[in-house]
Write a protein that binds this ligand. Sequence first.
Ligand code: HEM
Length: 172
Amino acid sequence: MTVHSGTTKRRFRLGNRTRKGVLVVHIVSVGAWIGLDVVMAVLVFTGVLTDDDGTKVLAFQALELFAVWPMFISGVTCLVSGVVLALGTKYGLLRYWWVAAKLVLNVVLTALVLLSLRGGVAEVAEQGRRLAAGALDTVVAGDMMFPPIVSPTALLIAVLLSVFKPWGRIQK
Ligand code: HEM
């Protein structure tokens, strides 16, 4: 890790090996996050679309087991490593539109895991338990369709932004 000093301001830069190490963490956290989204999609669509009560209960309880905390940890790891990469390279945190857009996407998606997904998952898992106990006729889980559509779409946009780096600098 090195610090380059200019005539007017000192700028923090990651050394090449450190930058690559942080980039590996960043890309692995993205991979884990997208993988968790895919499993979430399989379980949610199975739970919503199946006519078999046993499968429905199993899908929503499996969702409760893995969905929230691993996804939140992947999101935070991606955010922290992304911020370190941005600050420690020529890109900067708010110097390029593609980085700023990813920052917004990452913060919003990670917040939604705790603010929206957590409650939704707990609700359908509880309904599943009551269905299994014979206290409910069905599970109402229509809203659960949104997270597995919104999250992978936003992550795909973030990957495209990372690779194509569109729109240039925020300030000339
Ligand atoms: C929203 C979730 C995110 C995804 C899916 C994502 C994805 C990626 C990917 C795939 C790369 C590798 C691109 C390449 O090497 O061609 C990358 C690099 C990078 N990301 Fe992210 N990222 C995300 C969030 C962030 C955030 C929040 C920041 C900072 C605010 C950030 C900053 C960077 C920077 C600066 C690089 C370039 C690193 C370098 O080449 O030195 N990313 N990102």
